[in-house]
Design a protein around this ligand. Structure first.
Ligand code: GLV
Ligand code: MG
Length: 316
């Protein structure tokens, strides 16, 4: 079914150590920003990055964007301080905490409990800060069903760079194809993540594409996960944003067709329409399963602010 959630077609990575980029990101048309305290920030810059991120969340104009902060993973000494400083400092202006390199459900439960403590202390509604769980190693993928089950988890995010490194996968282009491998090396991983996400009605987000100057190659990589049903993809550069927003929205013809199917099926199944469960719409046979597929596309189109350009007129 269509997963309703915060918009995340394009998820822009913004290094927390760069005040300049924290400012610039606010004017870009990404659905989501995630202010990074993890791999884009050098160890010696982590403490200042926390302060930059808190200031940017409180003082910046993020209107219309989903606001996330990526903390460091739980094998480091930084995670608890990241969470406490950012949520205490800017919890009211934050939508989600992203936890990278999640290995099992216990790690997500730790974050859930810690956020609950902070929300209670700060007088915030308990549960209002969501979790984004990044799957970046074999343990995370093997345990992804349990990770996705946590009620606070809003989305499962693929981290291809760390994932490749962790399983010794050979690749020249992260997010691209491996020259010596005939298929798509990410297919299984993406589908595994998608199954866990959908089982628990969560969003599934594809990770970064590192060749930031090659927007055509980015678009091809994005189309692969969009075709499977992923809801969005990370963008590392402003030049990738429009392509992501476009690829993870239905095109106008598909959106119009989905709305047409919904109207037509509602008509034909009604008493006035003959109470028909399977019916021809033009050259296409539609039934209840067609309605379900149309609902997914219509929900994505509506969420992207699309407007239909045709209407259904009952025959007769
Ligand atoms: C993202 O975090 C990645 O490792 O690809
Ligand atoms: Mg990573």
């Amino acid at each position: 079914m269509a997963v309703v959630g915060r918009p995340r077609r394009s998820c822009l990575a913004v290094p927390g150590s760069s005040v300049k980029m924290l400012g610039k990101a606010q004017g870009l048309p990404a659905d989501q920003v995630f202010l990074d305290l993890e791999d884009a920030v050098a160890p010696l810059a982590k403490a200042d990055a926390r302060k930059n991120v808190v200031a940017a969340l409180n003082e910046g104009d993020w209107a219309g964007k989903t606001r996330a902060v990526r903390v460091n993973d739980l094998t480091t000494p930084w995670t608890y301080r990241d969470v406490i400083d950012v949520v205490e400092g800017a919890g009211a202006n934050l939508d989600c905490v992203m936890l990278p390199k999640v290995q099992d459900a216990v790690q997500v439960q730790w974050l859930d409990l810690t956020l609950t403590q902070l929300e209670k202390t700060l007088g915030l509604q308990v549960g209002r800060i969501g979790i984004e769980a990044q799957i970046e190693n074999a343990a995370g993928l093997v345990n992804v069903d349990a990770i996705a089950a946590s009620p606070r988890v809003e989305t499962i995010v693929f981290g291809p760079a760390d994932f490749m490194a962790s399983i010794n996968m050979r690749s020249l282009a992260v997010g691209g194809l491996i020259p010596d491998y005939p298929g798509d090396p990410y297919h299984y991983i993406l589908m595994r993540i998608l199954m866990a996400a959908r089982m628990h009605d969560k969003q599934a987000i594809d990770g970064p594409f590192l060749q930031i100057r090659d927007v055509d190659a980015f678009r091809e990589a994005a189309k692969r996960s969009a075709a499977l049903g992923f809801d969005g993809k990370w963008v590392l550069h402003p030049g990738q944003i429009d392509a992501a927003n476009e690829v993870y929205s239905p095109d106008q013809a598909d959106y119009d067709h989905a709305e047409l199917i919904l109207d037509a099926y509602e008509h034909y199944t009604s008493a006035a329409g003959g109470m028909l469960g399977a019916v021809m719409l033009g050259d296409e046979m539609i039934d209840e399963a067609s309605r379900k597929m149309a609902l997914v596309i219509a929900a994505k189109g509506r969420a992207a602010g699309m407007r239909r350009t045709s209407t259904f007129t009952p025959p007769g």
